[in-house]
Design a protein around this ligand. Structure first.
Ligand code: NAD
Length: 496
């Protein structure tokens, strides 16, 4: 059976403190083994990244960017293989994996612009014969820790920009679907990246803790669930590291009485059930304003869901695939059970769907739950499955108060034809990414991505302009070259 290892200093290695199963979630069977790195292996990766840093930092930024241009071409050339690797281990259908890869490639394209992004700021003649400028220098060795749900895209949010800014990088991907990550890292080396600049270590808490406590690691980017994000942020900060830690979500869509209901249903279908709801931007709660909107949305959604197809990743006619693991399948079903027990109405029941030929797969079908309230466990917590819950309220203000009271603030959306209502909503809602008739307002690569409240710990968002700031430190230089013969006396007051 294939043993998936690490990439350290340009070499694939399989040292392991133990091995762990990798599953194919469509079949429910173990497909590969993963080498779990112990502390010593992670320390070797840190040493390799540290040794590679001086030469990489000194490499002209245009040369670093040229490697990114070649990397982008290789990602496009090998897209089919990457999509297959994602499908086999994550379970997402090829059209969805293709979209994920495309969004990752867009972050690489943005990183190709590093020579422009790192130009700095310059002021001439701030005083007699004095010029001043700010430049953006790399931090050194930085680390990224990523979740299972976007195995290609989320790492690509991080290391292309970190590397093109002159840092060296250690990536600790999710242990559930590591193969596409490792393959992509090798493509970057094929594009010309020197050994040691990007290292990938597979592992678990031990590997993460080694990174968090290593004195050589200057900064940590994390994406995953909120309890772990909070832990990473607290530990990295306590150890003096710069940290951005993106966490979980519960994204609400407000459906106003004047919304184009057919359009809202279509948009919600993809946003709630695409990728089995395993997206941090999935719309998992529809808040309907007024009885008529609630009744219409539930009736039309129920009808539309009859055509939803859940099945294996290898059949591209399916709308979405299995969940990541047996444990997660049970957890999602547990949330549906709890909503029912707490008095909500299961309108469409996706528990234990029949998927012909894949009876052991980790499937949950599209599920619609009506009459959900803010007190229910299924409302308070992130389900991360193909479950859309409907909360009915009477006014838009009530809907906004509900959203603002939730602990998460990643994404949200309003469906309406009323520009004034939409403008009020986007201006006041306490959420980091807002859509107006756009269900998944994932910013493009040249903006930045991040939630508010307990969906993000730290100051700077992921990718886009914030990532240039996250992966560099500002240095401001003030320089005087007096004209020959001009000599000034000592000055004891503060320079003005
Ligand atoms: P997770 O938090 O379980 O794991 C994320 C990473 O942390 C993995 O690499 C994992 O190995 C590591 N990890 C897990 N437990 C750890 C521990 N105790 N100590 C140290 N490291 C640990 O998340 P997941 O299940 O892989 O991903 C799903 C979660 O990620 C969801 O909550 C989702 O909302 C969130 N997510 C958020 C964003 C965002 O941008 N805000 C994007 C994608 C996913």
């Amino acid at each position: 059976m294939t043993l998936v290892g690490h990439l350290i200093n340009g070499e694939i290695r399989t040292d392991a403190s133990r091995q762990q199963d990798i599953f194919n979630p469509s079949t429910g069977q173990v497909s590969k083994q993963l080498a779990i790195a112990g502390k010593a292996t992670v320390e070797e990766a840190i040493a390799a990244a540290n040794a590679a840093f001086p030469a990489w930092r000194a490499t002209p930024v245009a040369k670093r960017a040229r490697i990114m241009f070649r990397f982008k071409e290789l990602l496009e050339q090998h897209a089919d293989k990457i999509i297959t690797l994602i499908g086999e281990e994550h379970g997402k259908i090829s059209h969805d994996a293709k979209g994920e890869l495309q969004r990752g490639i867009e972050s690489v394209e943005y990183a190709c612009g590093a020579p422009e992004l790192l130009k700095g700021e310059h002021s001439r003649n701030v005083g007699p014969s004095i010029d001043s400028w700010s430049e953006f220098q790399p931090l050194g060795v930085v680390a990224g820790i990523t979740p299972f749900n976007f195995p290609a895209m989320v790492p690509l949010w991080m290391y292309p920009m970190a590397i093109v800014c002159g840092n060296t990088f250690i990536l600790k991907p999710s242990e559930r679907d590591p193969s596409s990550v490792l393959f992509i890292a090798q493509l970057l080396e094929e594009a010309g990246l020197p050994p040691g600049v990007l290292n990938v270590v597979n592992g678990d808490k031990e590997a993460v803790d080694t990174l968090l406590h290593a004195s050589k690691i200057q900064a940590v980017s994390f994406v995953g669930s909120t309890p772990i994000a909070e832990y990473i942020y607290a530990t990295a900060s306590a150890n003096g590291k710069r940290c951005q830690a993106l966490g979980g979500a519960k994204n609400h869509a407000i459906v106003m009485p004047d919304a184009d209901m057919d359009n809202a249903v279509n948009q919600l279908l993809g946003a709630a059930f695409g990728s089995s709801g395993e997206r941090c931007m999935a719309l998992s709660v529809a808040v309907t304003v007024g009885d008529a909107a609630g009744d219409a949305l539930v009736a039309k959604m129920k009808q539309a869901m009859t055509s939803l197809k859940v099945g294996t990743h290898s059949d591209s006619s399916n709308d979405f695939g299995p969940l990541i693991s047996k444990q997660h399948q049970e957890k999602v079903i547990g949330y549906i059970n709890s909503a029912e027990e707490q008095g909500a109405k299961i309108v469409v029941d996706g528990r234990y769907p029949e998927v012909t030929g894949f009876s052991e797969g980790f499937f949950v079908g599209g599920t619609l739950i009506d009459n959900v309230t803010a007190e229910m466990v299924s409302y308070k917590e992130e389900i991360f499955g193909p479950v859309l819950q409907v909360v009915r309220v009477d006014t838009m203000q009530e809907a906004m108060d509900l959203i603002d009271a939730h602990e998460y603030g990643n994404g949200t959306c309003i469906f309406t034809r009323d520009g004034e209502a939409a403008r009020y909503f986007s201006d006041h809602i306490q959420v980091g990414m807002v859509g107006i008739n756009v269900p998944l307002p994932v910013p493009v690569a040249y903006h930045s991505f991040g939630g508010w409240k307990r969906s993000l710990f730290g100051d700077l968002h992921a990718y886009g302009p914030d990532s240039v700031r996250f992966y560099t430190k500002r240095k401001t230089i003030t320089q005087r070259w007096p004209s020959a013969g001009v000599r000034e006396g000592a000055e004891f007051s503060f320079p003005s």
